[in-house]
Ligand binder design. Structure first.
Ligand code: PLP
Length: 485
């Protein structure tokens, strides 16, 4: 590693990235390549001789960029956004540059201590109760994803419960969520050894806007207990993936408390909104939960990967996840005065993720982060208004944040069955995405196929909202003309 070369080549890469952003709107948002395209273009094996970065960069431009779906395009409205920012990119560069491996405090004290501090700052910004702060005997950790956060909290809940009822009862433990809960919950329950039959995805309906009804949770638990099963873990979602439904946290925690269950709050996308006082009420009830997580890599200017997880009882996590091999022994860990994050996560090695989050928080400040969230929501309000003005369309569920779920009204399609509606919507979505002008995705909720316009990409401005809506209208027109009357 030659610092002079790093400087020269690093500048080339920064220029390349800046050029990419300057020209990002020239690319079709959804990559238009076919499966296997890259193998046809690259050599069959690695070159024996070194190649200059300029040659490699040319190949990135010619072969990699066409195979990218441009998540940072202002016309990206799919899934939930993954917001890049200057501070996030530079923070990532710093942490990659240092490339420290902060598995325990001594392995890089700044990595651990900055993470402690940043997690407390964010806990403050979200007005999480003191019990989730380090100073309140709780604490926060950065994981790569919500999936990992749920695996770890469920493992902690499992071991805490089995220490009371005996490990031989693993097969009796039951996990609860709704049919709208992210598949992360199912994956976690598979990983931590929950019986496949003991996973409950409680049915939601449009009448409760696809939120999990507390009375249904209670009746499901009661029937499980009657069968000799043991309720273990509830995942409450604050902002579901399909429609941003809000499970009623306070009431669900009341039910869970009666049965001694662990409650995890998955606020992966919508958690970011709660830094704005006007959205914070969506987290009311969190004081009764055991753990809560959200992804700044979705809507808070921090590049992948970054999931914030707070727990009230770090010792539950540590009891479940710690190992103490001799080669890691050191005085600081023995003193129990420090956090060793290796015991708060799955892997041993860990990235210095706190650095990029710290740069984001400092470079934008809470004020601008709030402005960004509000800006996304305002644009969603505009998009929602455009949908409402066109009688051929309907909003599927009331918008809460920056996601708008909509569809062509069945009456406009002149088809009276859900399959026919879905076929029309699938065609519409494919046409929009093939145009390259915008990229949206879909959800099927309560058997209804809806389009999702998820606003929140860093570069999206109001004009992009209008362009996206024009793309929807243009392609819908073609479908409506060809649809039977
Ligand atoms: N939970 C919710 C509500 C989500 O919307 C998502 C992703 O969109 C996830 C979990 C998964 O997050 P991750 O990819 O960080 O595991």
């Amino acid at each position: 590693l030659d610092p002079k070369e790093l400087r020269r080549e690093g500048h080339m890469i920064v220029d390349f990235i800046a050029d990419y952003y300057e020209n990002i709107e020239k690319h079709p948002v959804l990559s238009q390549v076919q499966p296997g395209y890259l193998r046809k273009r690259l050599p069959e094996s690695a070159q024996y001789d070194p190649e200059p970065i300029s040659t490699i960069l040319r190949d990135v431009q010619d072969h990699i960029v066409p195979g990218l779906t441009h998540w940072q395009s202002p016309n990206f409205f799919a899934y939930f956004s993954s917001t890049a920012s200057t501070a996030g990119i530079l923070g990532e560069m710093l942490s990659t540059g240092f490339n420290v491996v902060g598995f325990n405090w001594v392995s890089s004290p700044a990595a651990t201590e900055l993470e402690n501090i940043v997690m407390d700052w964010l806990a403050d910004m979200l007005q999480l109760p003191k019990s989730f702060h380090f100073s309140g005997n709780g604490g926060g950790v950065l994981h790569g994803s919500t999936c990992e956060a749920i695996v770890c909290t469920m493992a902690a809940a499992r071991d805490q419960m089995l220490s009371q009822i005996g490990r031989e009862n693993l097969g009796k433990l039951v996990v609860y969520g709704s049919d709208q809960t992210h598949s992360a919950l199912k994956k976690a329950s598979q990983i931590v050894g929950i019986n496949a039959e003991n996973f409950r995805a409680i049915k939601t309906t449009k009448s409760t806007e696809f939120a999990l009804p507390p009375e249904l949770l209670r009746s499901t638990i009661c029937s499980d207990i009657a069968k000799g099963l043991v309720p273990l873990f509830l995942c409450d979602t604050m902002g579901t993936t399909a429609t941003t439904a809000i499970d009623p946290l306070g009431e669900l925690c009341d039910v869970a408390k009666d049965y001694g269950m662990w409650v995890h709050v998955d606020a992966a996308y919508a958690g970011s909104a709660c830094i704005c006082p006007e959205f914070r009420h969506f987290l009311d009830g969190v004081e009764s939960a055991n753990s809560v997580s959200f992804n700044p890599h979705k809507w808070l200017f921090t590049g992948l990967d970054c999931c914030c997880l707070w727990v009230k009882s770090p010792s539950a996590l540590i009891n479940s996840l710690s190992t103490n091999p001799e080669f890691l022994r050191n005085k600081a860990s023995d003193s129990k005065q420090v956090v060793d994050y290796k015991d708060w996560q799955i892997a041993l090695s860990r990235r210095f993720r706190a650095l990029k989050l710290w740069l984001v928080l400092r470079s934008y400040g809470v004020a601008n982060l709030r402005n960004f969230i509000r800006g996304s929501v305002e644009m969603a309000v505009i998009f929602e208004g455009l949908v409402k003005m066109d009688k051929r369309f309907e909003i599927f569920v009331p918008r809460k944040f920056s996601l708008v779920c909509f569809r062509i009204s069945p009456s406009a399609l002149s088809i009276n069955d859900d399959d026919g509606d879905a076929n029309g919507m699938i065609k519409l979505l494919e046409a929009i995405n093939a145009s390259g002008k915008a990229y949206m995705t879909h959800a099927v909720v309560g058997n209804i196929y809806v389009l999702r316009c998820a606003i929140g990409a860093t570069l999206t401005e109001e004009k992009h909202i209008h362009m996206a809506w024009e793309a929807v209208q243009d392609h819908a027109q073609a479908i409506l003309i060809s649809s039977p009357c």
